[in-house]
Ligand binder design. Structure first.
Ligand SMILES: [Zn+2]
Length: 276
């Protein structure tokens, strides 16, 4: 148990930091012209997590013909996506802006549940000494609680804030999970949620295929995804009882912020309110 904590807090971040620096040097060697061009222009990208700058950010995500063809937002191979200093991805930098600007997560006295917790976001939340923080993941050792989000071991109205970024696309019975989020939130509580999304079609899922491996790559673009969310995603959230606000990066951030922080202007975040 102690070793797991040491590994999670000390060893893994240290190793991933070294791995990122190696990747960064490798990308400079492989694409020297783009780095020199950026250097000559004095152009730097910025990270809103670690506040460091870089001439380029690292590539991130997996190549997917389907993601590319259907213009899926928040998925697939992306240039300039990963901060070489702290490892933050474009989509979590965007979520951090939303949480800072539209919620009291970093200032309020809240009981928080963070599903599939991103380590850099966890650290930011824990700076708020008034937060009673809990994390959950289906895989043991990755969080405080090993939980199935379709059947959570918490009393009704246990939390004031729940965060679940890029989780539901991996969950077969996602409506049950959304209902569980609603049940476990206090009245007046909020759920912040994001998923890869395709805005040119309705949510697509095919329960007849094998829910892992090549069938999922063909149908949804990634081997561990079980559906492709579409323009009706917010309806699915509202069906559980939430009042949903959809934030779009290009409506919330300036063009300069989107460029400097390397955020996809089409990124979405859904803030779901359990009304009193
Ligand atoms: Zn950073």
């Amino acid at each position: 148990m102690i070793w797991h904590e040491i590994k999670r807090i000390v060893v893994s971040p240290f190793l991933s930091s070294i791995a990122m620096q190696i990747r960064y040097v490798r990308e400079i060697i492989c694409h020297p012209r783009s780095f020199y061009k950026a250097l000559l222009k004095g152009k730097y990208f910025k990270c809103n997590f670690c506040h460091k700058k870089a001439i380029r950010f690292l590539h991130a995500g997996n190549d997917s013909e389907l993601f590319h063809r259907l213009h899926v937002i928040g998925a697939g191979r992306r240039a300039n996506a990963c901060c070489p200093h702290c490892g933050s991805l474009d989509r979590i930098r965007w979520i951090y802006f939303v949480l800072q600007r539209y919620t009291n997560l970093f200032t309020g006295s809240l009981k928080v549940l963070h599903i599939a917790p991103e380590e850099i976001l966890r650290k930011k939340i824990l700076r708020n000494k008034n937060v009673d923080y809990h994390s959950g993941d289906i895989i043991a050792g990755r969080a405080d609680w090993q939980i199935d989000i379709t059947n959570m071991p918490f009393e009704n109205e246990s939390f004031d804030f729940i965060i679940a970024n890029h989780v539901l696309e991996h969950v077969i019975f996602d409506r049950e999970a959304i209902h569980e989020f609603f049940r476990c939130l206090s009245y007046g509580g909020q759920l912040l949620i994001s998923v890869p999304i395709c805005l040119t079609q309705a949510t697509y899922e095919n329960r007849l295929i094998n829910s892992s491996g090549s069938d999922c790559v063909r149908e949804y673009g990634q081997k561990d995804h079980v559906r492709l969310y579409g323009k009706d995603f917010r309806v699915r959230l509202a069906e559980a009882g939430f009042v949903v606000t959809e934030y779009v990066a290009q409506d919330c951030l300036s063009k300069e912020e989107i460029r400097d922080y390397c955020i996809n202007s089409e990124e979405r975040a859904f803030l779901c309110y359990k009304s009193l």
